[in-house]
Design a protein. Structure first.
Length: 380
């Protein structure tokens, strides 16, 4: 049986970012690393967006960057200058190509296309069973989401961010290519939190995504109808063609994904609870978590205690309780937030980089009654 120091399951965002940092850090040069994925990662299966200040680590593979965002509510809307941030987008395929080619050049990392069937942890090692063979490692970093464990627990509600997006090409100019539509709630809510997300690449080309934060998925036709209605009635886009489609769902829950971590086996990425529970934004958090993890490993700290709850975990918990119980009123919450707070502060808060005083400003901007009810519900 082939033996490795580290095995990484999943060459997605988390697996590739982790493999890259391990590969380029001389500290881990003597570690033999196996990276496994069931998928060759040669398709553009998603786009990632995130905000950051100034230039960043992913600029060489950016597809587009916006300096303004638009927020649309039912009784309030605004276009904000994002400075000092910009909103950036990477296409999945550009990321996979760049990171897989880097990984090929690290002599201590092997990428093997294989489907993992089972993981067995023993006292002195961990064994990964795949359709291409069985591998033994000292530590395992695993990006396979245990969806059953998440859905079968009762302690934390599980919402999903789910969406269908179309990259459309219109005949006439329709889009403001300098402005990304972060959330447009000016559409029927139908008892849920529903909004449109628009990323324009030019005046005639954009990714238009119908997005919900809700417990249940919709039939495919409902996403499609909503996209058509938005393009035709709200944007008055005229004739358009659909160039590409993107469907996805991201768990939104305060479930403690990390409760199954051990000193040998660490869940990473969405599977490790690295997605921001209240928004689904994961990419930049994963990048930051990987950096933290590397420092943690260098300090020889136990993997089982890598994730600790902080105050943001509690904020997200309350927000998700509120959204779960009042799903049709989510738009009021976001509207109140954008009306009362600077966009810069909201982004800083969502990045979990705000001070306590700033947190209080954000909290004060939220509707009081549902949050107090959620707080009492958790306390008593
Ligand atoms: C369509 C879509 C768009 C998104 N857009 C954004 C965004 O704009 N901004 C943002 O911050 N977040 C976004 N997210 C959320 C999050 O960033 C992504 O889901 C991200 O890819 C999560 O990284 P990950 O490594 O946890 O999972 P993934 O990237 O999904 O990687 C998991 C990997 O594990 C592999 N795998 C699974 N099972 C097995 C198995 N049994 N054996 C071997 N390999 C296996 C898969 O093939 C996959 O490559 C988006 C998610 C989706 C689905």
């Amino acid at each position: 049986m082939d033996t490795y120091d580290f095995i990484i399951i999943g060459a997605g965002a988390a697996g590739l970012l982790l493999a890259d940092v391990l590969g380029k850090d001389p500290y881990f040069r003597d570690k033999n690393i196996l990276l496994l994925d069931k998928n060759p990662k040669d398709q553009n299966d998603r786009t990632w967006c995130f905000w950051e200040k100034g230039d960043g680590n992913f600029d060489a593979i950016l597809h587009k960057r916006w300096n303004h965002i638009y927020f649309g509510g039912q009784s309030f809307d605004q276009r904000s200058d994002l400075s000092p941030y910009s909103y950036k987008m990477i296409r999945g395929i550009d990321f996979y190509r760049e990171y897989l080619s880097r990984i090929q050049h690290y002599p201590n990392i092997t990428f093997l296309p294989a489907t993992v069937d089972k993981v067995v942890e023993q006292k002195d090692a961990i064994t990964v069973h795949t359709d291409r063979g069985t591998y033994r490692g000292q530590k395992l970093f695993n990006s396979i989401l245990d969806a059953d464990a998440m859905s079968s627990q009762q302690k934390f509600p599980v919402l999903k961010q789910h969406f269908l997006g179309w990259i459309v090409k219109t005949e006439k100019p329709v889009f403001d290519q300098g402005t990304a539509t972060f959330m447009d709630f000016s559409i029927p809510q139908e008892g849920n939190t529903r909004f449109m997300y628009v990323l324009p690449f030019s005046a005639t080309e954009a990714l238009v995504e119908y997005t919900l934060f809700s417990a249940e998925l919709l039939p495919k036709t409902e996403y499609e109808q909503a996209l058509r209605a938005y393009l035709e009635d709200i944007l008055e886009a005229g004739n358009y063609t659909i160039q590409e489609k993107e469907y996805g769902q991201i768990p939104m829950t305060s479930y403690e994904f990390w409760s199954k971590n051990t000193d040998r086996h660490l869940y990473i990425g969405v599977a490790g609870g690295w997605a921001k529970a209240s928004t689904g934004y994961t990419f930049m958090r994963t990048y930051k978590k990987v950096k933290e993890l590397i420092n943690y490993m260098k300090a020889d700290s136990p993997l089982s205690s890598f994730i600790q709850k902080d105050r943001y975990w509690y904020y997200d918990l309350l927000l998700l309780d509120v959204l779960y119980k009042n799903n049709g009123k989510g738009h009021l919450l976001f509207e109140s937030l954008f009306r009362k707070c600077d966009t810069e502060l909201i982004l800083k808060f969502l990045d979990e980089e705000s001070t306590i005083t700033e947190d209080l400003k954000v909290i004060a901007a939220c509707p009081k009654t549902p949050f107090l009810k959620a707080l009492f519900g958790r306390l008593f």
